[in-house]
Write a protein that binds this ligand. Structure first.
Ligand code: SF4
Length: 456
C-alpha cells in the first residue's frame, strides 16, 4: 500500500502508556546506526519512550540489514528469541531486509508489523494505528526507486561518543554482488547547508567527532546556485564553516579519492583514516563485479594516500571467492595487496545474495572461498600487527569514549583503538574529551590489536 493511505498526523499518546515504550535493535552498517538515531528521535518526538532495554520492552523495533542472506536470518532468529521470552511484546521489522526480504517476515508469526525502508519515516503513525486497531495489514512497502525524499536531521545514537551523520542514501552503481540499491533506492543527498547547520548543532551539544556516512558517499551531490557540488565541496565547507573538533569519512572507492580530496587531509581535523571499498585487486574480477576501476587504480590510490597523508590508517573491504574468480585472479589480488600500503582488511567470503546478478553466475565452492578468505585474513593480521608496532613511541590525539570496554577506551584520529587503563573516577572526568596520548606498547589477541597508551 502507499503511505498516503495512512493517517499521517502526529501521534497523540500519553507518555505514561507502557505500550508506547520501545527499544531499537540495530543490524548492519553505519548508515543503519544513523537511521536508528532517526527512528529513536522520530518515535520519541511522537510520544513514545525509549527504554533502551534490549531484554524487555513492550515494543521491539528491528532495524535490519540485507547485505547477505545471513543478515536477514539474524533478524529472524532475534524475533523468535524475543517472542519466546516476551510473547506479548510487539515486534516491528524495518530497514533493508524489510524492503528486499519482505516475505521472510510477512509469513513469520512473531513479526507483528513489517515497515519497509519506503515507509520507515511513518513508524510512529503505523505503530499507533496498529495499537488502536485502525489498520489491518501487516506489511507497509512501496517501490523504493520512487522514493525521492531523504530523512535528515536526526543523528546520534546516545550510547555512542562519536556521531554518525548521514550525508547521502541509496546508490546508482548496481554492482553485481550487491542488493543495497534495491533496499535503499537511487542516490539522494542532504544539502551542504543543512549538513553544516547540523554539524554546528552537534558541536554545540558537545559532540567531538562526526562520521560523515552514507551508502555510497562518492555519489554525494548538491546544487548550490546552479552549480554542482561534490563530496570535496562538502568537506571543504565543513572545514571552513564548522568548528567540529574532528570528523572522518566512511567508505570510498579508489577513483573517488581525487587529488583535491587527498589535499584536504592536510588539515588534521579531517581524520587520517580511510575506509577503502576495493573488493578485489584484479581487473577482470572488478569488471565482473561492475566496479568502475582497475588494479592499477587500486595501487595508485593506496600509494597516493601513503605519499600524501602522514601515518594514515587504511582499512579495506575485500571479497574472497567472487563467482568466476580463478586461482590466478585471486593470487593477483593477493600479490597486489602484499605489495601496497594499508593497515587492515575486512574480508568477506563471497555470499550469494538472491536478487543480484552475481548470484546466478558460476559459483566457487564455499570451502575455496573460505580458504581464500583465511589467507587474506592472515595477511591482514600480520600487517595490522606490524603497523601497530610502528606506532609505539608516537603521540596521538585520542577521544575518550563514553562507555569503557576492556580494549577500547579511546579512539585516535587515525582510528587506532587505545587502551588507557583509566580508573572509573578518571574516566568520568575525561569521557568525551580529546587527550594527547603516548603509545607505550601493543597488545595482540587472535583477531585484533590495541595500542596501550599513557596520557601526556
Ligand atoms: S557501490 Fe556497489 S557495493 Fe556499494 S552500495 Fe552501491 S551497488 Fe552496493
Amino acid at each position: 500500500m502507499d503511505h498516503t493511505e495512512l493517517n499521517n498526523t502526529p501521534v497523540a499518546v500519553k507518555p505514561v502508556d507502557r505500550n508506547y515504550e520501545f527499544v531499537v535493535h540495530t543490524f548492519g552498517c553505519k548508515v543503519n546506526t544513523y537511521d536508528t538515531g532517526l527512528i529513536q528521535k522520530n518515535l520519541t518526538q511522537n510520544g513514545f519512550k525509549n527504554t533502551d532495554n534490549r531484554k524487555s520492552s513492550p515494543v521491539h523495533v528491528l532495524n535490519t540489514c540485507a547485505v547477505t542472506a545471513e543478515a536477514t536470518q539474524q533478524a529472524v532468529r532475534l524475533i523468535r528469541k524475543i517472542k519466546s521470552k516476551e510473547p506479548l511484546a510487539t515486534v516491528v521489522v524495518t530497514g533493508c531486509a524489510a524492503q528486499v526480504d519482505t516475505g521472510s517476515f510477512e509469513n513469520l508469526s512473531g513479526a507483528d508489523l513489517v515497515v519497509a525502508n519506503s515507509h520507515k519515516g511513518m513508524l510512529p503513525q503505523i505503530i499507533d494505528q496498529y495499537f488502536k486497531k485502525e489498520i489491518k495489514q501487516k506489511v507497509f512497502k512501496s517501490n523504493i526507486f520512487k522514493k525521492e525524499d531523504l530523512e535528515s536531521g536526526g543523528g546520534e545514537e546516545l550510547s555512542h561518543t562519536r556521531s554518525f551523520l548521514k550525508i547521502q542514501d541509496g546508490c546508482n552503481s548496481f554492482c553485481t554482488f550487491c542488493i543495497i540499491p534495491y533496499a535503499r533506492g537511487k542516490s539522494r543527498s542532504i544539502p551542504i547547508a543543512q549538513l553544516v547547520a547540523k554539524i554546528n548543532e552537534l558541536e554545540k551539544s558537545g559532540i567531538k567527532e562526526v562520521v560523515l556516512t552514507g551508502v555510497h558517499i562518492g555519489d554525494y551531490e548538491d546544487t548550490v546556485m546552479g552549480q554542482n557540488k561534490t563530496l570535496e565541496d562538502l568537506v571543504e565547507t565543513v572545514l571552513a564553516k564548522t568548528n567540529i573538533q574532528r570528523f572522518r569519512l566512511s567508505s570510498l572507492e579508489p577513483i573517488e579519492l581525487t587529488p583535491r580530496l587527498l589535499n584536504l587531509y592536510k588539515n588534521d581535523r579531517l581524520c587520517a583514516h580511510f575506509h577503502m571499498s576495493i573488493q578485489s585487486a584484479n581487473t577482470e574480477v572488478l569488471a565482473q563485479m561492475k566496479r568502475k576501476y582497475t588494479e592499477a587504480e587500486v595501487r595508485n590510490s593506496l600509494n597516493a594516500i601513503n605519499a600524501q597523508v602522514t601515518n594514515a590508517y587504511v582499512g579495506m573491504d575485500v571479497i574472497a571467492g567472487f563467482p568466476t574468480e580463478t586461482d590466478e585472479q585471486f593470487e593477483d589480488t593477493y600479490k597486489t595487496l602484499s605489495e601496497t600500503p594499508w593497515t587492515r582488511l575486512h574480508v568477506f567470503p563471497y555470499s550469494e545474495r538472491q536478487g543480484t546478478r552475481a548470484a546466478v553466475l558460476n559459483q566457487i565452492p564455499m570451502m575455496k572461498r573460505k580458504e581464500r578468505a583465511q589467507r587474506l585474513r592472515e595477511l591482514s593480521l600480520h600487517r595490522l600487527q606490524s603497523e601497530a608496532t610502528k606506532q609505539v613511541g608516537s603521540t596521538k590525539k585520542a577521544l575518550v569514549l563514553n562507555k569503557l570496554a576492556a580494549n577500547n577506551q579511546a579512539v585516535s584520529r587515525d582510528y587506532w583503538n587505545i587502551k588507557l587503563n583509566l580508573t572509573e573516577e578518571k574516566h568520568s572526568q575525561l569521557k568525551n574529551t580529546e587527550v594527547v596520548v603516548k603509545i607505550v606498547s601493543v597488545e595482540v589477541d587472535e583477531l585484533d590489536v590495541v595500542l596501550v597508551a599513557e596520557i601526556v
